[in-house]
Design a protein around this ligand. Structure first.
Ligand code: SAH
Ligand code: SF4
Ligand code: F3S
Length: 505
């Protein structure tokens, strides 16, 4: 686990150490020397901007990038015109890639005005060979490119980019390594994501993640627990344990351990108030886990359980390894044992060969499971995955109709689920001051200037804060910044579809 290491005590004139993470601390010290030189010349510290595309695992990686930049002496800002800009990319659907290319165009404009600016790209999209070719050819103004497996080497690569003329590219095909103990700059003081495992072995036929994140590797429980203890000592009250399939945690450890056993250990950490985790694959969700959730005082009443499709035929083609009936039965078992749980899901529409009848099966599952929320995605063809080679790709028009129908059912179901606690008093962790007109993070009504802005407009003069219930529902209550990070009792007065307006009691 990261400990305050005095970079000034590192001898940067000697050879770099071979072992990690000492090697990276050496390069952080070298970068710091470069930053000090910049400061002497320009009379100001260089600025850096880190932005994340993609999932919570990428967001956590970005906190590590920011931690290293901070150690090197950069001032982290929220502006693309910084001296150093890094995009941590996602490639799960093609539109994620398109967003990166679009934003790169804008960066090029900034770089023309600030020739000292450096642009770096990392993350999942960089693990695709075709992407690197395209960047080399058409985006030659990018200074540094690295992938998911060598992100721990960021300090060393950053230093290499200071020294190099032209693009520095370092992409590894895979790794079995986990490097611990690097600095982290958290986005929130009171909550944190924690990687418990990396990679994925499931190879769902549509998904690119196993190709860009490599094989499944679990961190040792003692490293995870130690990291959480330190976070708690530093003010964190809520952790989210992260992995592509947390339910298969521990299988490849020298001393195997189940995810449920890990949760039992995390629960014992004093001072920790809430535990979340993401994501659960239905095929590996054990009765032991359901039992641990039922008995726990800290595990939040929320389970994200991606369905993908309700049609057994499509699930088989997706290589999900469960049937419609098995999913329904699992959801029922969870509800029986943990009645106040909110179940959310991911659904893909337009997978190759999907017919209107298959979509009916999906809609049937949505109605029966009664999801509190569902993220619905249009199937995106990912080069190199088995589904991309399937012949019966569905056309855009066919998808559009089905997608809209599904969305309507999802919204109706979610509304009635979320509203079932109207009038109740529950605990909420206050996360931020409510910005007027700011989008609600979850939910399909989450558009800027949408319902919520109107709802809040009558309360213009009342400062509000945004909190999160154990079941992940958002609630806005009158309050101020001093409440951030505190768990308070709130009365859920009015349900507005995907969120509540309430007051503290
Ligand atoms: N490991 C997680 C999912 C990570 S990707 C799990 O198995 O649940 C997040 C979501 O993106 C997936 O659940 C899936 O719904 C969606 N997704 C993945 N690949 C996709 C593709 N090719 N097209 C559309 N959606 C996709
Ligand atoms: Fe992709 Fe499936 Fe792995 Fe999730 S479990 S990351 S959907 S391959
Ligand atoms: Fe995207 Fe990579 Fe996450 S592809 S969804 S950022 S693991």
């Amino acid at each position: 686990m990261y400990q305050e290491i005095d970079l000034d005590k590192i001898d940067i004139n000697s050879k770099p150490p071979a072992e990690e993470p000492a090697r990276q601390y050496y390069f952080m010290a070298k970068c710091r020397e470069w930053v000090q030189e910049f400061e002497r010349k320009k009379g100001r510290r260089p600025t850096a901007y880190v932005t994340t595309f993609g999932c919570q695992m990428n967001a956590r990686d970005s906190e590590k990038l920011a931690g290293i930049l901070e150690q090197a002496g950069y001032q982290i800002i929220d502006d693309e015109k910084a001296d150093f800009v890094i995009f941590n990319t996602c490639t799960v659907r093609d539109n994620a890639n398109q967003r990166v290319y679009g934003r790169l165009g804008e960066l090029n404009g900034h770089k023309r005005r600030n020739p000292d600016m450096k642009i770096a790209l990392c993350g999942c999209m960089m693990q695709e060979p075709g992407v690197i070719e395209k960047l080399r050819k058409s985006y030659s103004f990018v200074d540094l490119i690295f992938g998911t497996h060598n992100i721990y080497k960021f300090a060393e690569l950053l230093y290499a980019s200071y020294e190099a003329e032209g693009m520095v590219i370092d992409i590894w095909k895979d790794t079995d390594k986990i490097v611990e103990d690097l600095p982290v700059e958290r986005k929130y003081s009171f909550k944190s994501g924690i990687n418990i495992m990396f990679g994925c072995n499931n190879f769902c036929s549509y998904c690119i993640v196993p190709y860009v994140r490599g094989r499944e590797r679990s961190r040792k429980p003692e490293d995870i627990l130690e990291e959480i203890r330190r976070l708690v000592a530093d003010g964190v009250v809520e952790v989210m344990l992260l992995g592509q399939n947390v339910n298969s945690y521990g299988k490849n450890l020298d001393e195997p351990m189940t995810f449920a056993q890990l949760l039992r250990e995390v629960e014992k950490i004093e001072g920790l108030k809430r535990i979340r985790f993401m994501t659960s694959h239905p095929k590996d969700l054990s009765d032991e886990l359901i039992e641990v959730m039922a008995q726990s005082k800290k595990i939040c009443r929320h389970l994200h359980l991606p369905l993908q499709s309700g049609s057994t035929r499509i699930l088989e083609r997706m290589n999900r390894r469960y049937t419609k009936e098995q999913y329904l039965e699992l959801a029922q078992r969870i509800r029986d044992r943990v009645p106040d749980i909110a179940i959310t899901t991911d659904i893909i529409v337009g997978f190759p060969g999907e017919t209107p009848e298959d979509l009916e099966e999906t809609i049937d599952v949505v109605r029966r499971v009664k999801f509190d929320n569902a993220f619905t995605f249009i199937y995106s063809k990912r080069t190199g995955t088995p589904a991309a080679a399937m012949e019966d790709q569905v056309t855009r028009e066919q998808v559009k109709q089905g997608f809209d129908r599904l969305l309507k059912v999802v919204q109706d179901t979610a509304r009635s689920q979320v509203s079932r606690y109207q009038g109740c008093v529950m605990e909420a962790l206050i996360e931020e001051v409510t910005e007027k007109g700011h989008a609600v993070e979850e939910g399909h009504s989450a558009k800027k200037g949408s319902a919520r802005e109107e709802e809040l407009s009558g309360r213009e003069n009342v400062p509000m804060v945004t909190g999160r219930l154990s079941n992940n529902t958002i609630v806005h209550v009158p309050g101020d910044a001093s409440m951030i990070g505190k768990i308070v009792q709130v009365s859920l007065d009015e349900c507005h579809g995907f969120y509540y307006i309430g007051h503290c009691v």
